[in-house]
Structure formats: structure tokens, C-alpha cells
Design a protein around this ligand. Structure first.
Ligand SMILES: Cc1cc2nc3c(=O)[nH]c(=O)nc-3n(C[C@H](O)[C@H](O)[C@H](O)COP(=O)(O)OP(=O)(O)OC[C@H]3O[C@@H](n4cnc5c(N)ncnc54)[C@H](O)[C@@H]3O)c2cc1C
Length: 544
């Protein structure tokens, strides 16, 4: 499959010379899911993204495929059932990327959750979500809770609930869904921003006008249906319509902080009371732990949400209250990320009360817009909106994604994933190397990266980490349409958030490899991307 930086222009030309069934605006998880759903049904679909794939909220979430415990608190039984089922499907179709994660929920006599209600709630949740027997909740005494996580505050601890969530990498899930769609014949273009719509004689939208940010050219694409899946920018895209008035979205900001494992050496993930009545996650990942999130109304610049002092203080205070022997200071924070929730407006409701359900809006000129929802529910959201689009197109093709394994992510079991990790670790065999990271992010394509690195190295038992990093970057340029270092460091590898030291250590190598593989790229785009990266470096520590 040709999904490289170098085939992008050919794809853009093809996109312009085709009348599509569906054009999708937005390359987050929602747009990615729609692209895959449409293409795998037999429709022909193209996706355009103004920055890089997963550049918006879909690289800035808590990175969990939730069962939706909080919806149970809101008594939204139908939603709990749906996301529970979806979670199992998403796991089955990408076992390396969506992995079971045991979560500890400590219960305190002065906390927001009572023992009885938590026990019952988790049980009902297991039942509604159809959780497999070996992952069903266990209630623990205070003593056993501390055995699972010794760092927890001991005062007033009554016990804990142990249950399962699934951890993922949101940006990698998004790119995997997009790659699967492209393998089936779809086209996906990053750095292509929609600026306007085109209309037919009946006044219905029949296409888009976009700017290719790499070559600074304008293009027009035609289709039977246009779907607006622009996340927090849904209302901005709607403002290009001839007759739009009302806004639909209410944005809230959520931030996470990242610290070294040494600063908070958690044995396992925890879901605990924050200093207000909200709940917060602390999740170990490799050598770091990330903690979040917040939920505050947001009316500022949608392109660059920053973590504010208040956001960071709130997380630090909540963490200190739960893990009092490990005070974290601002200077310990390696990185942060801030995302915007594209929630649907509901009169008289506060940020945390707003429903996380998705909603479809159909305009008189035929534009379909979708917002709300979760990473977890992307497949079902896509099914619903493609069903709606088919009514406009006049087709009745069935949804195919329930059993569609994502490209390169086919594993029969979690044990199979572990076998690949062992195999990779045996080949690399280095003290700072974790095969798990590569297998989690790239699935079976990990072997492509390793073979590429081996071809560069004369002694295959001693692959250096820099050779491996070079191979990883090259792989993403050639097979994942990486067009700039920013695309690689942020969306494809997550290094900006999880491994900042490695970027600093290999900055020159990364620059050289990128330049060698993207020759002929206009300076204007390169400069813009460099500025973008600098802004990203600064924004993750903006609170200091
Ligand atoms: C802090 C936080 C934590 C969360 N945690 C979880 C979690 O753990 N689990 C879970 O299931 N959900 C979680 N969510 C929710 C989930 O992340 C979002 O629902 C989901 O990522 C939204 O995806 P999207 O594709 O709709 O939007 P986005 O990912 O923002 O994608 C929209 C895309 O459209 C592009 N775009 C905008 N305008 C244009 C244009 N004019 N032309 C072309 N492209 C355009 C943008 O660049 C962007 O990439 C969380 C959300 C937040 C904020």
C-alpha cells in the first residue's frame, strides 16, 4: 500500500479528479472511523486533515478505551452497554494497541465513593458491558488494596475495587484506522485544510475547496456527501456554509501531566478522588507516569490550548492528597498535553454534567456534521453517520467494521502480542530498549522497522538505539505519510509527551533523516512546521 510522504501529491491529484461518495473533513478518530466504515462498505471515500492526522483532540486524551463507569453514575444505562460492547470490539480488532489495564479504585471513609455502591456499581457495569469473567471486578480489603498500590494514602482507607479498563495510544489508533481505510482504497491527505464549500444548482453542498499547506495550492474536490468531523472545529467548518447561524459546541479543556516513574513509582494504574468531587487517573507507561485530567470551559484559541497554572496546581494537589509520600513539584513535570472536548451544548449544565454522547446534525444544504462522543465509541459513531449518508446517496451497503482487524494489528490473543514483544527484545537486547513500546505502537510492522534497522547495521545482535530510531522515522515517512518532524515526534511516536530526552539526544539525527527523505519540500512549509514544533515544545511546559 502506498501511503507515504512521496505519494501524497499523486493522491491529491487523484482526489481532485474523482467524484467521491463521501468527503470527510477532519483526521481525528471520528473522521478516521468514518473513512474506514465508508470505504469498507464499498463506498469511495477521501479524508482531508488541516494539520497532521490525530493532531487535534485525538492525540490528547487520557488514552483509555473506557467502559464508561462515569455514565453509570449518570444512570445512562444504554450508553454503558454500548461502550462496553465497543470496547471489546476495538480490543479484538487491535490487541496490541488496545490492551487490558487493571485499574485500582481506592475507597476512603471520607471519599466520594461508598464501599457498597462501588461494589454494586462495578458489578452492574461488568454485567452491562459483558465483561469477560477473568476481568470482572474484585473488591479488596484495605490491606490488599495497599499490596496492589503501596503508595496510596493510608488514612481512612476502607478498601478498593479492582476492575479493567483498556489502554491505548489515541494517535496510533487513529493512524491505524486511517491506514486500514487506505489499504482498502481510500485516500487520506494531511496538511490539507478545507476553506469553503461548493454548491450545486439546487443549493446543496457538492464539494470542498481546500488549501494544500505543503505546496500552498488550492484544490477543489467533489462528492455526493460531505461529512464534517472536525472535532472542536465543527462550528468553524460550519461557518463556511452560506446560511449558518447557531453554534452547537461547548468546548472544555482537559490537561495531563507527565512525570518520571522515579517521582511517582506506581505499581499500577489508579482512578481516584481529585480535590473536588471529580475523579482522576494516574497511569504508568514505560518509564513515566501520566496523571489527569481536568474539565473546564474553554473559549480561547482552539489551535493551541495550553496547560494553565490552575490546571497544573489542581492535578498536583489531587495527586499529593492520594500519594502523600511522593510530592511532585512543577519542576518535576517533563511534559503535558491539553485537549479540547467537543461537547454538545445543553442549556443549564456544567462541564462535567454535559453528556458525552455523540450527535449528528444535518443542514438544509446537505452537510452532515458529527460531534461529541468518545474515542471508545468511534466505530459505532461512524456506522451511524455513514448509514445517514447512504440515505442521501441512495445506497444500502452493510457496515463491515465489527470484524475488521486493523491493518498490521492482527493478533489472536494477548499472549501472541507478548510473544512478539519477547522476539523483538531478544533481537535488540539493549538495556534502554523496550520491545513493548514498538509492538504497542506498530503491531506487526515492528518487524519492518527492525529489518530496516538491521539492514543499516553490520552486526545485527547489536542494533543501536539511534539506528532503530532512524528506521522508525523512515518507516513512518514511507508508510504513514509523515511530512515533518513535528508529525513524527508528536502524533506518530508520542515522543514529545513520553520521551522528551530521546528527542534532545538525537535531534541532529532526526533533522538529517527528515531532510534527506523530504527533499524538494517548499521552505515555507518546512519553516511553518519548525515554528509549529517550537510552539509545541514551549506549550507543554507553558505553566512554568
Ligand atoms: C482531556 C481529554 C481526555 C479524554 N480521554 C478520553 C479517553 O480516555 N477515552 C475516550 O474514549 N475518549 C476520551 N476523550 C474524548 C476523545 O478524545 C474525543 O472524543 C475524540 O478524540 C474526538 O475526536 P474527533 O476526531 O472528533 O476530534 P479531533 O481529534 O479534534 O479531530 C478533528 C480534526 O479535524 C481537523 N480539522 C479542523 N478543521 C479542519 C478543516 N477546516 N479542514 C481539515 N481538517 C480540519 C483538526 O485538525 C483535527 O485533527 C478525551 C478528551 C479529552 C479532551
Amino acid at each position: 500500500m502506498a501511503f507515504s510522504f512521496s505519494t501524497r501529491l499523486t493522491d491529491l491529484k487523484k482526489a481532485e479528479n474523482t467524484v467521491w461518495d463521501i468527503i470527510v473533513i477532519g483526521g481525528g478518530i471520528t473522521g478516521a472511523g468514518i473513512l474506514l466504515d465508508a470505504q469498507s462498505r464499498g463506498l469511495n471515500a477521501v479524508l482531508v486533515e488541516k494539520e497532521d492526522f490525530a493532531w487535534g483532540t485525538s492525540s490528547r486524551s487520557t488514552k483509555l478505551i473506557h467502559g464508561g463507569l462515569r455514565y453509570l453514575k449518570q444512570m445512562d444505562i444504554q450508553l454503558v452497554r454500548e461502550v462496553g460492547k465497543e470496547r471489546a470490539i476495538v480490543h479484538k480488532n487491535a490487541r496490541n494497541l488496545v490492551c487490558p489495564e487493571r485499574m485500582l479504585l481506592p475507597i476512603y471513609s471520607d471519599g466520594s465513593l461508598g464501599w457498597g455502591l462501588t461494589s454494586l456499581g462495578l458489578k452492574v457495569y461488568d454485567w452491562l458491558a459483558g465483561v469477560p469473567k477473568d476481568e470482572q471486578r474484585k473488591m479488596l480489603s484495605a490491606e490488599k488494596t495497599l499490596l496492589h498500590e503501596p503508595l496510596l494514602k493510608k488514612d481512612n482507607l476502607k478498601g478498593g475495587g479492582l476492575y479493567y479498563e483498556y489502554r491505548t495510544d489515541d494517535a496510533r489508533l487513529t493512524i491505524s484506522v486511517i491506514k486500514t481505510a487506505c489499504q482498502q482504497g481510500a485516500i487520506a491527505l494531511n496538511h490539507a485544510e478545507v476553506k469553503d464549500f461548493t454548491y450545486n444548482k439546487k443549493g446543496l453542498i457538492d464539494g470542498i475547496k481546500l488549501i494544500d499547506h505543503i505546496h500552498a495550492n488550492q484544490h477543489t474536490l467533489r462528492s455526493k456527501v460531505v461529512i464534517n468531523a472536525a472535532g472542536p472545529w465543527v462550528d468553524d467548518v460550519r461557518s463556511f456554509q452560506k446560511n449558518t447561524t447557531n453554534r452547537h459546541l461547548f468546548l472544555t479543556k482537559g490537561i495531563h501531566i507527565v512525570v518520571d516513574q522515579e517521582k511517582l513509582p506506581l505499581k499500577q494504574s489508579a482512578y481516584f478522588d481529585a480535590v473536588d468531587q471529580r475523579m482522576m487517573f494516574a497511569i504508568p507507561r514505560g518509564n513515566i507516569v501520566y496523571i489527569g485530567t481536568t474539565d473546564t470551559p474553554y473559549n480561547d484559541n482552539t489551535n493551541h490550548p495550553y496547560p494553565g497554572h490552575d490546571d497544573v496546581d489542581y492535578i498536583l494537589q489531587s495527586t499529593l492528597r492520594m500519594f502523600p509520600d511522593y510530592p511532585i513539584e512543577k519542576k518535576d513535570i517533563q511534559s503535558t498535553w491539553s485537549g479540547l472536548r467537543p461537547l454538545i451544548q445543553q442549556e443549564g449544565k456544567g462541564p462535567s454534567e454535559l453528556s458525552r454522547r455523540d450527535e449528528i446534525f444535518e443542514s438544509k444544504d446537505g452537510l452532515l456534521s458529527i460531534a461529541g462522543g468518545k474515542l471508545t465509541g468511534y466505530r459505532k459513531m461512524a456506522e451511524r453517520i455513514v448509514n445517514r449518508a447512504q440515505r442521501i446517496i441512495g445506497k444500502r451497503l452493510a457496515c463491515q467494521t465489527q470484524h475488521l482487524v486493523l491493518y498490521g494489528q492482527g493478533f489472536d490473543s494477548t499472549t501472541d502480542v507478548q510473544h512478539l514483544c519477547h522476539r523483538v527484545n531478544a533481537i535488540i537486547n539493549g538495556p534502554d530498549f523496550s520491545g513493548e513500546r514498538l509492538v504497542h505502537l506498530y503491531g506487526h510492522f515492528t518487524m519492518d522497522i527492525i529489518e530496516r534497522a538491521q539492514a543499516k547495521s553490520s552486526n545485527e545482535s547489536k542494533l543501536s538505539l539511534s539506528t532503530l530510531l532512524q528506521a522508525e522515522l523512515e518507516y513512518t515517512i514511507e508508510h504513514e505519510r509523515v511530512c515533518s518532524l513535528s508529525d513524527f515526534i508528536i502524533q506518530r511516536s508520542g515522543m514529545l509527551y513520553f520521551d522528551r530526552a530521546r528527542i534532545d539526544q538525537h535531534q541532529e539525527l532526526l533533522n538529517n533523516v527528515m531532510s534527506a527523505h523530504t527533499q524538494g519540500i517548499p521552505t515555507q512549509f518546512k519553516d511553518a512546521q519548525e515554528a509549529h514544533l517550537q510552539k509545541a515544545y514551549q506549550s507543554v511546559i507553558a505553566f512554568r
